[in-house]
Design a protein around this ligand. Structure first.
Ligand SMILES: [Fe+2]
Ligand SMILES: [Fe+2]
Length: 405
């Protein structure tokens, strides 16, 4: 840029700034090498007249991502009120794909409910029906990097176990897909994840759906679901070994603090450990009758904290590579005060995903969402913070062991 254009730009910026008197500055302003106003300070009349009196060649604005002032706090709150309730619709309009459509998820959940209910009466599991559901999900579930996991999250508490079984299956398939070339192994894993909690069909419903923490005695009953699951599967023909193991071991932890047998990492299979990660992640990000769901970031931090102690380190890393620090579908406030939704994870730069920008820095909806790849973009814009954190009510789980599942 030549000097004349530069001076004109500075003069224009000063005039632009005068429109925002009283608001908070979004960048730093220097005269020579001295900062005369910093980001967050109020844009005052005195500042503007001082800048107007100064030789424009000596005035310099730091990069503020294109914005001169920060939005008012109440604007931000209004945006949140306009985003959170409509996040699924906004995200889909912005081109963010869901991992499964509502219909497919609903259909799979109904079939899993039938599986659970018939196992209650017949004392065995219809493995063919489970294989049908699993292979359908394998066909439809995509990779984690490009699809939003559970964008819609409307579920009734009584259905929790069935929804959870479908979610854990989809998550595990998406995660494991590039670990194997064997279709049979992928199918066996899909069946195992779909049925990992099948033993809960023998746990009394009052305990399963209890709206509050379990007593020690009730928790003991709950723990038995892994044993019940194996008993139910043993009565069925041709059960894959992998399936029996996942059902029995999905609550084991790599340091031997899980249940039922306190196995350690060297006694657990890759599938057992993969199931435990998907199981915890889904449980944490789901509304339950005794607590509201935690957001993805807390779920991710539970996995990171438990990596190497509760969960296999390599698998946690692989999981995070896929889902990113900001999973697809997360609404974020950018450093230039624009708001958008994560549309794709960059596996080489987990904090710099691709964004579909929906609102400008003043909270106005853009006519067309704008694609912004934070990793490829040279403007230095970054994610200030995620916006879709749900408030915690009731019991909040500080770590994985606080969770009842
Ligand atoms: Fe379980
Ligand atoms: Fe589970």
């Amino acid at each position: 840029m030549d000097k004349v254009t530069d001076v004109l730009n500075i003069e224009q910026q000063i005039e632009e700034l005068s429109r925002y008197e009283g608001k908070a500055l979004a960048l730093d302003i220097y005269i020579g090498s001295q900062a005369v106003a910093t980001s967050g300070s109020t844009i005052s009349e005195a500042l503007i007249s001082k800048l107007r009196r100064t030789d424009p060649e000596r005035v310099r604005f730091s990069k503020g991502g294109g914005q001169l002032c920060l939005p008012d706090k109440d604007i931000e709150q209004a945006i949140r009120a306009n985003i959170i309730p409509f996040r699924a619709e906004l995200a889909l309009e912005a081109g963010v794909q869901e991992d499964l459509s509502q219909e497919v998820r609903g259909m799979a959940t109904r079939k899993v409910r039938q599986l659970f209910e018939s196992s209650r009466f017949l004392s065995k599991v219809d493995l063919n029906a489970a294989a049908d559901v699993a292979s359908d999900l394998i066909r439809r579930a995509q990779s984690l990097e490009s699809t939003a996991f559970k964008l819609h999250d409307l579920r009734s508490y009584d259905d929790y176990t069935y929804f959870h079984s479908v979610n854990v299956c989809v998550l595990g398939i998406a995660l494991f897909r590039n670990y194997t070339d064997s279709e049979q192994q992928l199918l066996d894993l899909g069946i195992s994840l779909l049925l990992h909690d099948i033993g809960k069909s023998r746990v009394p419903l009052e305990i399963l759906n209890k709206p509050g923490p379990l007593s020690e005695q009730e928790f003991d009953q709950m723990r038995k679901h892994v044993r019940y699951g194996v008993e139910l599967l043993d009565g069925s023909l041709d059960v894959p070994k992998l399936c029996l193991e996942v059902v029995l071991n999905h609550h084991e932890r790599v340091n031997g603090t899980g249940y039922l047998r306190q196995l350690r990492e060297n006694e657990l299979s890759l599938f057992d450990m993969l199931a435990s990660i998907c199981d915890v992640f889904d449980a944490v990000t789901t509304d339950r009758c005794y607590r509201s769901k935690m957001d993805f970031h807390r779920a991710v931090s539970i996995l990171i904290r438990g990596s190497g102690t509760h969960f296999n380190n390599k698998l946690v890393n692989h999981f995070l590579q896929g889902i990113g620090r900001f999973p697809v579908g997360t609404f974020v406030l950018l450093s230039n005060r624009e708001i958008g939704v994560v549309s794709r994870v960059n596996s080489e730069a987990l904090s710099l995903p691709e964004i579909s920008v929906i609102f400008d820095g003043w909270g106005n909806r853009l006519e067309q969402p704008r694609r912004l790849d934070l990793h490829a973009d040279a403007s230095g814009i970054y994610i200030d913070r995620p916006l879709d954190t749900s408030p915690l009510i009731g019991i909040s789980a500080k770590n994985e062991t606080d969770l009842k599942h």
